[in-house]
Design a protein around this ligand. Structure first.
Ligand code: NAD
Ligand SMILES: O=C(O)C(=O)C[C@@H](O)[C@H](O)[C@H](O)COP(=O)(O)O
Ligand code: ZN
Length: 364
């Protein structure tokens, strides 16, 4: 990738949605007006507290180009994914007289883009929105694919809508200011993409795990691009998760149960890391996954500093939490496991004793 030539990955429209591009590069904010489109008069820039200066800079830039631009500050991280925050945004849009021609821009990590997309999906039953992800996780996963939503006390992402963005701008320079724990949290989703579809990702990380932990690593752009391609390929075929898209939920059944158990104070990537070790053990115990690939989960996740274990005494609560997973059907729990590297499949209603044994392998 040359500095001025972003990579462009097109996400095909499925289920009647319009296709859109994900751009990966540097200095991409100049692309914003083209994605905003000709109809917008007002633009609302939703950003977390941590990115107040960035949000204001984008607002000023848009105002200088003639838009009526407002910056809307959200709480950092999961606190943004709450109905009270969505309601605050609805009231700001109402007071700004935001119409169906106007555009929401979500600038931030996955929590911000999930909330911004949800506000855009619900305002006037759906307005155009653009994602400007500023974390690894946001770039490789959250901003792509049109899943938007908020958490409730009962579970993670329980309220939301499929509402694809009009475009996604991944400016790699944004990653420079990210805290190391937030950076490596995103690697959990990168590693997920490696296990479910693109093992070259795993090879690149294993070659130099320390380098993978920083934006200055030699493979940063390639890891991000490969992961986006995995996601784009899947959501282009199955926007509304009627089948194939469930593979992107690898490790998430337990992960979301942990996040709820921790009242959303754990980072999503950390929970997904533990959830993937659990899913690997489940695959192994169910006779699907070979020992080497199951063990590879622990090795690669640990090598970048992600957690592998969770509290042993919490199993009954986690099991209860998993029942509201979106892959559940009635009383049947369903998990994504691997039949081998890059071969994700659904495991239906595993024997409870197998679930307990798999949890025994991640509990401390
Ligand atoms: N919609 C989807 O398909 C999808 C996919 C994966 C994850 N998610 C969601 O994404 C969320 C996690 O996203 P995340 O890991 O990006 O965390 P996050 O959005 O909570 O961001 C982590 C922290 O970093 C701050 N931050 C963001 N960008 C920064 C930057 N460039 N410099 C400094 N600080 C910055 C944020 O304010 C926050 O405090 C979860 O809610 C998860 O459920 C959604
Ligand atoms: O895009 C998807 O589909 C995913 O499952 C990607 C996940 O990484 C992401 O965390 C997603 O938000 C989980 O969705 P949910 O439907 O299980 O809430
Ligand atoms: Zn996820």
């Amino acid at each position: 990738m040359s500095e001025h030539q972003p990579i462009r990955i097109t996400v095909g429209g499925s289920a009647g949605s319009a296709p859109y591009d994900v751009l990966v590069g540097r200095w991409l904010l100049g692309e914003l007006p083209a994605v905003i489109g000709p109809d917008a008069r007002r633009v609302a820039v939703l950003h977390p507290e941590a990115l107040a200066a960035t949000g204001e800079a984008i607002r000023e830039d848009l105002a200088a180009q003639g838009y009526e631009a407002i910056a809307v500050q959200l709480p950092n991280a999961e606190e943004a994914k709450a109905v009270e925050v969505a309601a605050y945004c609805w009231s700001v849009l109402g007071q700004t007289k935001f119409t169906r021609g106007d555009v929401v821009v979500g600038v931030g990590g996955g929590a911000t883009t999930d909330l911004a997309g949800f506000v855009a999906a619900t305002w006037l039953r759906g307005v155009r929105w653009i994602a400007v992800p500023t974390t690894v996780l946001g770039m490789v996963d959250a901003a792509v694919g049109g899943k938007t939503g908020i958490n409730t006390a009962e579970g993670k992402n329980l309220v939301g809508a499929f509402h694809p963005p009009a475009g996604v701008l991944c400016d790699l320079d944004a990653l420079e200011s990210l805290a190391v724990n937030d950076y490596i949290g995103g690697l959990a989703e990168v590693i997920k993409a490696g296990f479910i579809a693109d093992p070259v990702i795993l090879d690149l990380i294993e070659a130099d795990p320390q380098a993978a932990r920083t934006p200055a690593g030699p493979h940063t752009a390639e890891l991000i691009e490969r992961s986006i391609r995995v996601k784009a390929e899947v959501v282009s075929q199955d926007l509304k998760e009627s089948g194939l898209r469930e593979i992107l939920n690898y490790g998430h059944t337990l992960a979301h149960a942990i996040e709820k158990n921790e009242r959303y104070t754990w980072r999503h990537g950390a929970a997904v890391s533990v959830g993937m070790v659990f899913a690997a053990e489940l695959g192994r115990l169910a006779g699907r996954l070979d020992d080497a690939t199951a063990d590879r989960h622990r090795a690669v996740l640990e090598s970048v500093g992600l957690p592998l274990t969770y509290r042993g005494d919490q199993w009954p609560r986690l099991l209860e939490n998993m029942k509201v997973d979106k892959k559940s059907r009635g009383d049947r729990l369903r998990f994504i496991v691997l039949n081998g590297l890059g071969k994700p499949v659904v495991l239906e209603s595993p024997d409870p004793a197998v679930l307990v044994a798999a949890y025994g392998e991640v509990s401390r």
